[in-house]
Every structure is written in structure tokens, then in C-alpha cells.
Design a protein around this ligand. Structure first.
Ligand SMILES: [Zn+2]
Length: 507
């Protein structure tokens, strides 16, 4: 491997970048680097996100190439049946506060990678580390690699943080994570990952890594667009995509500008999901008022015994876990409550069918599907489907089945419900609606994501200097294909077949 002259690779993940807003920002002349990459490479506007289309699930899919039925990250907020508690990765500051700030941070910074992410899957960092390639990442939720990284202690603030977050982690060879981990001494600071400081921090670190020639693969994480779009609404991305663009531009400038940089680097840019405007909150806690649901923190004051259910809002998706006895009958009731809650568009659950079957309900309509059968989706997977086809707005071309409104719905819902840490019933919100989180926060007036709908679920994907020549190489791209692009670029086994640039010059 050492003798190959394969280009180095940068994967830039712009959180929540909406394909339409990327176009608008480029058209306005405010994203010159992305415009140039689009011009020189291949570009997809409808790369399908996970469901729920929330960042932790997406980050795990992007880095492992799997869905949550394999990688095990169920949601942003989920119920840990084994530990009898909620896991909250930080839907909002107040949601983290509700479950306990230290616990939420510990779950997000440590447990997500060390415990919640399945050991049965490999991240791209692990795959490349095993091949002695030099891996690097800036603050990304999934960072698991083969290199032990000690907490940073080079400033008074990091020394203070290190009294709480004092454990090492297994990361890529170079890891820069919200000032808590910094494998190289640089002048780059992220104010502990505060919004609006993170993209500049990533750009600063990325430029340092290029200048010092410290990576073969760099995951450049650019999360500020998501925070800005949550506040200002998706239209506000016209001001935050340029910040991400500038960070990518800074990394390229460190390599001598875009022409020189692309001579020895390939680039993939993607988003993990999009965002839509929120006009109305959905209060699940009010909907389940009167039910004995698990509160945010233990001990459960005044309510001894086992709670009957756990309630997990996930922005524009939600899930309910049945905890008590007679679970099957209980699930029927919880699904009915969800269905009758204004703003809920779809409910989803597994049925009693012994071979596995999903029932999706929308108002009075019900559709059931199961794996195997004569219909083929755009991923080439076979399904049998019965019931009201309008529930998912399905279209047919012979035996081929697709839905523009709910892209790759069968595959995504199946993975969501078959995830071992997931709830028993899922809900997807109607346009404009968002579930209020455990801290009482929502984004009415701003943007959000999470639903099965294409508005949230279609992400951007573009590549330059790697991957297949044309986006037409696949009928439908998924965010889980990105890990395969990365592995394929370095000549590792990949589900996607393409000739990685430079591969022919290897020995
Ligand atoms: Zn978000």
C-alpha cells in the first residue's frame, strides 16, 4: 500500500445543508469553493439521509456505511432499556439539562463511540487505521478509530475540563474535538464547541494538518450551518453555508489554492440531512399526560415501580418505548395516541407477523410491507407491499417501486424499527411540525429535521477527484454510501465499484 500514489482525501460534512440552499448560495456567488468543486466533479441533490433524519444516526451511517439496524445509534434521544434511563445527545441545551448536563455530555463525548456504536461495525477511521493510513478528524460525533487520544491539557480551560472529561478515547491518528482532544498543539480554538466557533476551528485545524502533511484521510466536520438554520430557518443557510465554504477554502489555501490542492487531494462534500421551516410544536408530553411515563431523571419521585413507557422526541420524529407488561397491547394504545396527536403525519411499528412486517399509518390509511417479494426499490432490495399505497405516495414502474416524497422509505423504516436500541412505535411529523424536546425547547420560527419526508431527508453529496465519474452510477445515493466512497478511494473492499484515482500507479 505504501507505494501507491493515491491522492489524499478530505471528506467535508456540512451539517444540515439543504440541497436547495446550496444551489441558492452558489448562485448568489457566496460559496466560491463549493461552486468550483461542483463544476469540476459530480453532484447529487437527493442523497438519502437516515430516518429519523437526525445527526447522531446520520454521523454513524456516514462513518460506518451502515444503518442503525447494524450500527446501533438509534436516535438523538433514546431510552436505554438495559440501564433504565434516557440517553440524550444534546437535542438542545435545556434537553441536556433535563437529563443532567454531565450525563448528556458523557453519553455524547464518550459513550456514543465507546458503548452505543456497535462493535460489529467498523468506522472509516478503523478501516483506514488498520491499513496504516493516516486518519484525522475535527469535532464529529462519531470518531472511533485505533489511536488512543489523551484529553488536552494545554490551556487553563482545557485543564479545567479535563478534571471532568479525563478519560482517553480511541480516535483517528489526529483528533481535534471541541478543544477536549487535540493531538497536535495549534493556535486553533473552538470555545469548547460553541456554535459559530466550530467551522472556523475546523478550517484552522484542517489548514494546520495540510501544512504539516499529517493525514491521508481527513473528516472535516462543519456543524455551524445546522445551528444557524435551527435559529434562522433554512433560508438563513445563505449566511452559514458561506462560513463552511470559507473553512474548506482555508484548508485548500493551505495546500496552495484549489488547483494545487486538487492535484494531490480528492474531496467529498456532503450534508447529513436537510432542514425545513417549523411553524407548530407538538407536545408529546401533553399527549401522553395521564400515562405513567419515565421522567427525564431518576429517581422517579412519587411513582414507585416500573414506568409503562418511555417518550423520546427527536425533533421532527419521535419514538415510544413500551416498558411494562402486556407490551403488544400497550403498543396499540401508544400508536393510537400518536396518531391522534395533531401534527403527527405517519406512525410506524412492527406487526405480529413472524417473519417481520412493518405497518405504516397515515390518517385512515394503512400500508404494510415486509422484506422479500416481487417489488424492487431503487436500492435493488425486494419487498412485498399491501394496503393503501398512498400512505407513502408510492410510484411504480413495472416491478420497481419508489417514492419521491419519502425516499427509500422501506429500507429506512425497516432499519429504524429493527435497531436493537430503538422504540416500539415511531412517528414522523407533518410539514411545519416539530416535537418539543425534554427541555421544553423547539424551533418554531426556525428550522428542524428528523422526519421521513424528502424535505428533511434529501442531502447534498458531491465529489471531485474520486468516486465514479458520474452521479448516474447509482440510481439513488444514500449517506451510507459515503463510507464506501472513502474505502473505495483507498482501495479497501467497498460495496461501490469504481477505479480509485492513482490506483493504476500502485505496485
Ligand atoms: Zn440539527
Amino acid at each position: 500500500m505504501a507505494a501507491t500514489r493515491r491522492k489524499k482525501l478530505v471528506l467535508a460534512v456540512i451539517d444540515a445543508m439543504s440541497p436547495a440552499m446550496l444551489h441558492e448560495t452558489v448562485a448568489a456567488g457566496r460559496a466560491p469553493t463549493l461552486a468550483e468543486l461542483i463544476k469540476r466533479g459530480a453532484h447529487v441533490d437527493n442523497c438519502v439521509s437516515a430516518f429519523p433524519s437526525v445527526t447522531p444516526i446520520c454521523a454513524a451511517s456516514i462513518t460506518t456505511g451502515q444503518r442503525q439496524d447494524r450500527h446501533g445509534i438509534a436516535a438523538m434521544n433514546w431510552y436505554h432499556r438495559g440501564q433504565g434511563r434516557y440517553v440524550e445527545y444534546g437535542t438542545s441545551f435545556r434537553a441536556s439539562q433535563a437529563v443532567g448536563f454531565k450525563r448528556s455530555l458523557t453519553d455524547t463525548i464518550y459513550n456514543m463511540n465507546a458503548e452505543h456504536l456497535s462493535r460489529d461495525v467498523h468506522t472509516v477511521f478503523e478501516s483506514l487505521d488498520d491499513d496504516d493510513l493516516r486518519t484525522a478528524a475535527t469535532t464529529f460525533l462519531i470518531y472511533r478509530g485505533r489511536h488512543v487520544q489523551q484529553p488536552a491539557d494545554d490551556t487553563a480551560l482545557t485543564r479545567l475540563a479535563a478534571t471532568v472529561f479525563r478519560h482517553p478515547v480511541n480516535g483517528p491518528r489526529e483528533l481535534f474535538y471541541a478543544d477536549l482532544f487535540a493531538s497536535q498543539r495549534t493556535s486553533c480554538r473552538s470555545q469548547f464547541g460553541l456554535p459559530y466557533s466550530r467551522d472556523p476551528h475546523a478550517g484552522c485545524v484542517g489548514a494546520h494538518l495540510v501544512e504539516q502533511d499529517l493525514f491521508d484521510f481527513l473528516l472535516l466536520s462543519l456543524p455551524d450551518n445546522d445551528s444557524h438554520s435551527h435559529r434562522q430557518g433554512p433560508a438563513g443557510q445563505i449566511d452559514s453555508i458561506p462560513v463552511a465554504d470559507a473553512a474548506i477554502g482555508r484548508v485548500m489555501d493551505a495546500g496552495g489554492g484549489i488547483d494545487a490542492f486538487l492535484e494531490d487531494h480528492a474531496v467529498i462534500v456532503c450534508s447529513d440531512h436537510a432542514q425545513t421551516l417549523v411553524t407548530d410544536p407538538i407536545d408529546l408530553f401533553a399527549a401522553f399526560d395521564g400515562f405513567n411515563f419515565q421522567p427525564a431523571t431518576n429517581p422517579r419521585r412519587g411513582k414507585p415501580g416500573i414506568p409503562d413507557l418511555a417518550v423520546c422526541p427527536n425533533s421532527r420524529a419521535a419514538q415510544i418505548y413500551a416498558l411494562g407488561n402486556r407490551r403488544r397491547a400497550a403498543v396499540d394504545g401508544y400508536e393510537r395516541v400518536l396518531r391522534e396527536t395533531p401534527g403527527v403525519e405517519l406512525t410506524m411499528r412492527l406487526t405480529d407477523h413472524p417473519d417481520g412486517e412493518v405497518a405504516i399509518r397515515r390518517q385512515d390509511g394503512e400500508l404494510r410491507f415486509s422484506p422479500g417479494g416481487k417489488l424492487v426499490d431503487l436500492q435493488g432490495r425486494r419487498w412485498s407491499v399491501e394496503g393503501d399505497l398512498d400512505v407513502l405516495e408510492l410510484s411504480f414502474d413495472g416491478d420497481q417501486v419508489a417514492s419521491a416524497a419519502y425516499p427509500d422509505a422501506f429500507g429506512r423504516v425497516w432499519a429504524a424499527l429493527r435497531c436493537r436500541t430503538a422504540g416500539d412505535v415511531f412517528a414522523s411529523a407533518a410539514s411545519g411540525h416539530e416535537f418539543v424536546d425534554w427541555g421544553g425547547s423547539h424551533h418554531v420560527g426556525g428550522g428542524s429535521h428528523g422526519s421521513l419526508h424528502s424535505d428533511d431527508s434529501n442531502a447534498s453529496l458531491l465529489w471531485c477527484g474520486t468516486g465514479p465519474e458520474s452521479a448516474e452510477a447509482r440510481p439513488q445515493w444514500l449517506i451510507s454510501d459515503i463510507a464506501e466512497l472513502v474505502r473505495g478511494h483507498f482501495g479497501l473492499p467497498s460495496r461501490l465499484s469504481f477505479a480509485p484515482p492513482g490506483a493504476s500507479s500502485s505496485d
